[in-house]
Ligand binder design. Structure first.
Ligand SMILES: *Cc1c(COP(=O)(O)O)cnc(C)c1O
Length: 366
């Protein structure tokens, strides 16, 4: 049985008429760059996140970068984050002129270990970026308490966590800002590149709106040096359609994860992902840990099962960040997990039969 890592085509087939109609209305109105379709989506997405404002931008990377810029992060500042993330989290810090400072993760949730944050804080620390990796939120109460104590900003990297919750509060809505990616494969994906920042702070929202539009607060009046970071109208329209289905799709991912958990729970060589009781995990990625990953993945590939690795090399061990001088062993939990993670096929359209087949093949492979 062929099991793709994810099946976007199947996901879109069921809503194809609605998507076509949305695209047609953008084409007919020619509102391609920013404009009414983006504004409508911003209103809908902020309401979905139970947050006051959403500002649509070009990508998740740009959302992180502009949120940090708008908070005044710049040259000489340090921003704390984790090494087990997509490199964009660190790039956004670097592109502000600031320095990423890594903190190791918790062994079970794979999110930042709050007990290790305080020792990483220096007089130059300006912000913390917790990453809600794989679709599970970091321990926000502990993080917000530390941020308050030291006067730091918190920018949530919610690029993998659309609709995730922590104690009934939505991903992105707890910190000063929350950043989302709508890269096609994310839980809420555009038909191309897109992203958004959400916030409850009206001044911050306004600063980001100005930054994404060449620093102009009104036409031809450029008060600050900005950038072209607008969201496309087509993406806004497609996202408005797909947002209506996000809760159902997230529930399907959660059901799929619990099927995997029950099929795999008695295999002692496989560590299934943990979800904290107060968290609503949305399983952007369902990552298990195994000790012999290469053979494991080869055996599954042999059975037409596509897996992934998120991410094989933590950010501090990437050549791009060698200058930070973080030796092997600096972040032992993140490094150990990076060596063991295997992302199994996961998407809303995965069937129980497929999940059972993958689980059976895992049993055989071991
Ligand atoms: C996808 C992702 C990003 C970057 O988003 P893009 O839209 O691809 O720029 C940032 N952080 C994390 C954790 C991500 O998964």
């Amino acid at each position: 049985m062929k099991v793709p890592f994810m099946d976007l085509k199947a996901l879109h087939e069921s809503i194809s008429d609605e998507i076509q109609a949305a695209i047609k209305s953008v084409v007919e109105s020619c509102a391609f760059a920013g404009g009414p379709f983006v504004e409508t989506f911003e209103r809908q997405f902020s309401a979905f996140c139970q947050c006051d404002y959403a500002v649509g931008v070009g990508s998740g990377t740009e959302a992180l970068w502009m949120a940090l810029l708008a908070l005044g992060v710049g040259e000489g500042d340090e921003v704390i984050t984790v090494p087990n993330t997509f490199i964009a989290t660190a790039e956004a810090i670097s592109f502000c002129g600031a320095k990423p400072v890594f903190v190791d993760i918790d062994e079970h949730s794979y999110t930042i270990n709050p007990e290790l944050i305080e020792r990483a804080i220096t007089p130059r620390t300006k912000a913390i970026i917790p990453v809600h990796i794989f679709g599970q939120m970091a321990d926000m109460d502990a993080i917000m308490a530390i941020a308050k104590k030291y006067g730091l900003f918190v920018v949530e990297d919610a690029c993998q966590a659309h609709g995730a919750e922590y104690k009934q509060r939505h991903a992105g809505s707890i910190g000063d800002a929350g950043c989302f990616s709508f890269y096609p494969g994310k839980n809420l994906g555009a038909f191309g590149e897109a992203g958004a920042v959400i916030t409850n702070n009206p001044d911050l929202a306004q600063k980001i709106r100005v930054l994404r539009d060449h620093g102009q607060h009104q036409k031809n009046d450029h008060g600050v040096v900005g950038w072209n970071g607008r969201m496309d109208g087509l993406q806004g329209a497609v996202l408005s359609v797909k947002l209506k289905y996000l809760t159902g799709w997230n529930q399907a991912r959660r059901d799929n994860a619990s099927h995997y958990n029950s099929f795999l729970s008695d295999i002692k060589e496989v560590k299934v992902p943990g979800s904290r009781v107060h968290n609503k995990h949305v399983y952007h990625i369902y990552s298990v840990r195994v000790s012999n990953r290469t053979e494991f993945m080869a055996a599954l590939a042999n059975k037409d099962i596509s897996c992934g690795i998120h991410y094989p090399n933590p950010v501090h061990r990437q050549k791009a960040y060698m200058e930070l001088g973080c030796a092997q062993g600096s972040y032992p939990v993140a490094e150990r997990c990076a060596n063991e993670f295997v992302s199994l096929p996961m998407c809303p359209k995965l069937s129980v039969e497929q999940i059972e087949y993958v689980s059976q093949q895992i049993r055989q492979a071991l």
